[in-house]
Design a protein. Structure first.
Lengths: 291, 336
């Protein structure tokens, strides 16, 4: 940076306009939030937007390409792909959010207890997380979901079992760092109970990285749930769900619209959560942006 | 060093035993009575029949005793009988494994060969178009569901443009090479069957690209971040001061140091490949473990699912053990 006061064109260019600065700082997160909000709106307004009922079978209209009446065509049973896709957003969004929020809450609590209790309890908790993490997540979830039986609730339970350990690990490492901070010592001296210190003071102070992981992970959970549905475990058949829609169209190479659009929907929503998560990370930790 | 290896090995063995316990518990806490599920309604209504069935399969024994029996079976390589194929699960796994190993190796090589240089270029030319392209590719790679990507690639290159061969490991009219390793590329080379080799290679192309996509994103991102960190170290300044060429510094000095976190990523990348294999093989009718998993899941073939889960968990443990050890070799400070 030049120390002279003369305004050269070069120096002028080097200062980005307000608009560019805003875009740099919030652009990614806003784009992500916008995508997610649009999908939430679609999910809420599904009955208004769909135009057709998602589960009406009409074999005379089967496998029609996209047209004015069926915007995204029809599937092998003559159901409207657009209507099923719109209704499918409800399941993907809710399951993704439920799994990650519950897993994060439980994992953070367990990780917090581990970091705070130390000794044998910590050792036990961390070995249990190691054990769960020694299975590839989708394979273990697949085994549990198969044992519990097909259905959205059972699949969510199966995913929760494999999902919480990473939050427990992150929370533990964050809290161990916080615990040695002076304000915690002060709280102990004042005589606050360990539970109060953990929940009211330490967790709020280490929440940043957790929020980033939660946001990035919702996209991950949506893909995994769709994957389990693709394998036939997520939802009971006529329910419109993106993963099972791709599965139904997986052999219809000629009628590509049956599988292509639901997958595109998954892609956009996951990109949305990835943008938002990356954006929040840049925002909370400006160093990571320069990297 | 030896002590470190032994302690990691012991930990892995303990984990493997606990993994078998988890599989056993999942398999034996199924809601619903396995005896009722296996027998028909008529047979299940006869109490004598039911008791005989329970005694035959040891279902009347306490849980811990059944676990010991299960462990004893495992030591003999007995993973149970698949309901769908009526064959021992282990035999099924052995016959399907080579197809998956071939595919996963190709996918892994592809993602490393493209991912590492892309990550390096993105770091060196930060904020230029190369960096943006790399970021876009890795974002698309981690955001696209593998089962969908597989379908799209197949629909475009096989269905639409017709420049790629269809699903399967070979053309439908072709015979597989004589089984030596079960890897078609290796077997066809060993038996000097050139046309089978090119056929197998062509069929491997699309699925391995799909499989590489998710891992590629992960590797590119990690390489980039790690390169940027390493390039700020003092030894880089020293190398520059000595007047070394920029290329020598980047590829000869920074990259080897920056690769350590990429190696530890191996376990995660491998898990991605396994998950991806289930999806990719299903779409590409690839006769490997992934498609076997899909079919077992679809048929709720319980012994098969449990067998696969166990084999995968143990493979995963082994890979992580190898990574721990190679990490110690790359960075001796870990051992202490």
């Amino acid at each position: 940076m030049s120390t002279t006061t003369t305004v050269t064109p070069v120096a002028f260019d080097a200062v980005p306009s307000k608009r560019r600065r805003w875009l740099r700082r919030y652009g990614l997160a806003s784009a992500g939030a916008l995508i997610i909000l649009s999908w939430i709106l679609v999910a809420i307004l599904a009955p208004v937007l769909a135009g057709h009922a998602p589960d009406v079978v009409d074999v005379t209209q089967r496998l029609r390409p996209p047209s004015a009446t069926h915007w995204l065509g029809t599937d092998a049973l003559g159901r409207d792909v657009f209507a099923r896709l719109v209704y499918g957003s409800r399941i993907s969004l809710t399951t993704g959010i439920i799994v990650v929020v519950l897993a994060a809450a439980f994992g953070t609590l367990v990780g917090g207890v581990a970091a705070y209790a130390r000794g044998k309890i910590e050792e036990l908790i961390m070995r249990v997380t190691d054990l769960v993490l020694c299975f590839p997540p989708i394979i273990l979830a697949l085994a549990i979901a198969a044992a519990l039986g097909i259905g959205a609730v059972n699949t969510i339970i199966a995913m929760l079992v494999v999902w919480w350990p990473k939050f427990a690990r992150l929370a533990r490492s964050l809290i161990i760092v916080q615990r040695s901070q002076e304000y915690v010592e002060a709280a102990v001296v004042v005589g606050l109970s360990p539970a109060r210190i953990l929940i009211r003071h330490i967790i709020p102070n280490s929440i940043g990285p957790l929020i980033v992981l939660v946001t990035l992970d919702i996209g991950n959970a949506i893909i995994t749930f769709a994957g389990l549905s693709f394998l036939g475990l997520g939802v009971v058949p006529p329910t419109p769900e993106w993963g099972s829609m791709v599965s139904e169209g997986r052999e219809l190479i000629e009628q590509w619209w049956v599988a292509a659009f639901p997958g595109l929907a998954i892609l956009t929503i996951v990109v949305g959560f990835n943008f938002l998560g990356d954006g929040i990370r840049d925002w909370l930790d400006p160093k990571s942006r320069r990297r | 060093m030896l002590r470190y290896v032994v302690s990691r090995l012991a930990a892995a063995v303990v984990m493997a035993v606990f993994a078998t316990l988890i599989i056993f518990l999942i398999a034996n806490t199924v809601p619903g009575d396995p005896a009722l599920a296996q027998l028909g309604d008529l047979a299940a209504s006869n109490p004598e029949f039911l008791a005989a069935f329970r005694a035959k399969w040891g279902l009347d024994l306490p849980l811990w005793e059944r676990y010991l029996i299960f462990l004893k079976g495992l030591l003999r390589g007995d993973l149970g009988i698949s309901i769908a194929s009526q064959r021992p699960v282990l035999d099924d796994i052995i016959s399907y494994a080579p197809a998956t190993i071939e595919l996963a190796t190709a996918g892994f090589l592809l993602s490393v060969v493209i991912g590492v240089p892309l990550g390096v270029l993105a770091a060196v030319r930060r904020d230029t178009w190369i960096d943006h392209v790399a970021r876009f590719i890795s974002l698309a790679g981690v955001s696209a569901p593998t089962f969908w990507l597989a379908f799209i690639v197949l629909a475009i290159f096989y269905g639409g443009l017709q420049i790629a061969p269809g699903p399967g490991r070979l053309d439908t009219i072709a015979f597989p090479p004589a089984r030596i390793t079960g890897l078609y590329l290796v077997d066809s080379l060993l038996s000097g069957d050139w046309s089978t080799f090119t056929d197998a290679l062509a069929h491997l192309m699309l699925p391995s690209i799909v499989l590489a996509a998710a891992t590629l994103g992960l590797i590119t991102r990690t390489t980039r971040a790690s390169m940027l960190e390493s390039m700020q170290q003092d030894y880089v300044r020293v190398a520059r001061a000595k007047g070394l060429k920029e290329g020598t510094i980047v590829w000869g000095h920074v990259l080897p140091n920056a690769l350590i976190p990429v190696v530890t990523l191996g376990g995660l990348a491998y898990a991605n490949l396994l998950t991806g294999a289930v999806m990719t093989e299903t779409i590409f009718s690839w006769p490997g473990l992934g498609r076997y998993t899909f079919r077992s899941a679809a048929a709720l073939d319980f012994p098969a699912i449990m067998g696969i889960t166990l084999v995968v968990a143990i493979t995963y443990l082994l890979i992580n053990l190898l990574i721990d050890i190679s990490y110690a070799l790359l960075d001796p400070r870990v051992v202490r």
